[in-house]
Design a protein around this ligand. Structure first.
Ligand code: BGC
Length: 416
């Protein structure tokens, strides 16, 4: 590798490294923003109450679960068997953007078209029985009950018009009615992190957080905080956190996005953006690197040291190193936010905790999970034995089913 490239890479490495002291500050700032958000003061963390607490582990029955994520819709008929066990009677998955370009439900349509599409997917797993439906909706929403939610704003580069002021629960109910499916009753709409939290607490009673590290990023935490006495899950909307060590490249990615100035943590740590951050850094190296467009898929392959054709050349070792720094920074920032949340729940750091995890970055990106653990141990001072990060298979679907179980027995979903 030529000398100039080597020295430029060293500079990038320095700019991307967030040392333990700075991570401690990120955690402190995150804690401060959480408190402000809980007190409804101005904060980059929305701390949205979710109208559900932990799972009892005993929920039972058959429900329809809908998971509307950043890139795909998944629907299933889920059988909750109690004692933390769930089974799938039917499951179906469809992309929001067809690979052959025949449809695109991520932009340029109105919200009714989107919900008609969601309802059509639901019908594929439903039968003629009366069943309650739980909806895991992967976007920031202000809930007014377990079954009613208003979108705060689209993220992950989705841009569908006409949702302002509309109730997500009602939109789905109407779309199902249009298809003659009055036997399916949407009774719960929750964030995907809340669903992850519910699904994990169904199996592990010590679950304190539910986090998604996939196309988007966010974390939900269960707390008996502030003015509530029973455990209530709060959707922190962690991706909006903005007291962070931004680089020039982060600002460039933010500027080019659908929502400049918002979701600043998400744009440093989530699958939708880390490829763009890596590409931005590479383009500042000039030459062939300027042409290199990297995706999280390339990054995972390079970090797993598999051979991968990136198309436009460039020095593979340089691309691999930049990918590694971007992934390490993402994992350590997420780890710092987990530390802040756990510390609030366990200030003496003497209990054990389970963190429910979901998302392709956590599950598939080499080094990501290890980076989170490392930060929790090295910066947070937690002992490795105290903490478990666990992924429940199809967590958002299982969580949506658990929420439907709560919604079906609680009048209108009001539990506090
Ligand atoms: C949304 C969150 C969601 C997260 C993970 C973010 O873009 O704002 O509500 O939980 O993505 O899907």
């Amino acid at each position: 590798m030529e000398q100039e490239l080597k020295s430029n890479l060293q500079k990038i490495k320095g700019a991307m490294h967030v040392d333990s002291k700075r991570l401690g500050k990120v955690a402190d700032d995150f804690a401060e923003e959480m408190e402000q958000g809980l007190r409804r003061q101005s904060s980059s963390l929305q701390m949205l109450p979710t109208y559900v607490g932990q799972s009892s582990g005993k929920e039972q029955g058959e429900y329809i679960a809908l998971d509307f994520g950043g890139t795909h819709v998944r629907v299933a008929r889920v059988q909750l068997c109690g004692s933390g066990v769930s089974q799938f009677a039917a499951i179906h998955k469809a992309p929001l953007l067809a690979s052959d370009g025949s449809y695109d439900y991520t932009r340029g349509i109105c919200v009714e078209e989107l919900f008609d599409f969601l309802a059509q997917q639901v019908v594929l797993v439903a039968d003629n029985r009366d069943l309650c439906l739980g909806h895991s909706f992967s976007f920031a929403s202000r809930q007014v009950s377990l079954s009613q939610a208003h979108l705060v704003g689209w993220t992950k580069e989705i841009n569908v018009s006409g949702i302002d002021g509309q109730d997500v629960g009602q939109l789905l109910t109407e779309a199902l009615h249009k298809l003659g499916k009055k036997n399916i009753r949407p009774v719960a709409v929750i964030n995907d992190t809340t669903a992850t939290y519910l699904a994990t607490s169904y199996e592990y009673a010590k679950t304190k957080l539910g986090s998604v590290c996939g196309t988007g990023h966010n974390t939900c935490f269960g707390s008996a905080g502030v003015e509530y006495d029973e455990i209530l899950a709060f959707n922190t909307e962690a991706g909006g956190f903005d007291r962070l060590p931004f680089t020039y490249w982060d600002d460039a990615v933010d500027k080019a996005s659908e929502n400049p100035g918002r979701q600043r943590l998400e744009k440093m740590v989530a699958g939708r953006y880390i490829g763009e951050v890596t590409s931005q850094i590479l383009s500042s190296l000039g030459g062939a690197f300027g042409e290199t467009k990297v995706t999280p898929f390339h990054m995972a392959a390079l970090l797993g040291e598999k051979e991968m054709e990136l198309g436009s050349g460039g020095d593979t070792i340089a691309i691999q190193s930049v990918s590694e720094w971007v992934v390490q920074r993402a994992a350590s920032l997420v780890g710092a936010t987990f530390h802040a949340m756990l510390l609030r729940l366990d200030p003496k750091q003497n209990c054990s905790h389970v963190i429910g995890m979901n998302g392709s970055l956590f599950e598939k990106m080499p080094g990501f999970a290890a980076g989170i653990y490392q930060t929790l141990v090295e910066t947070g001072g937690w002992s490795p034995a105290q903490l478990k990060l666990r992924t429940v298979r199809e967590g958002p679907l299982v969580g949506a089913a658990i929420a439907a179980a709560h919604g079906s027995r609680k009048n209108g979903g009001r539990i506090w």
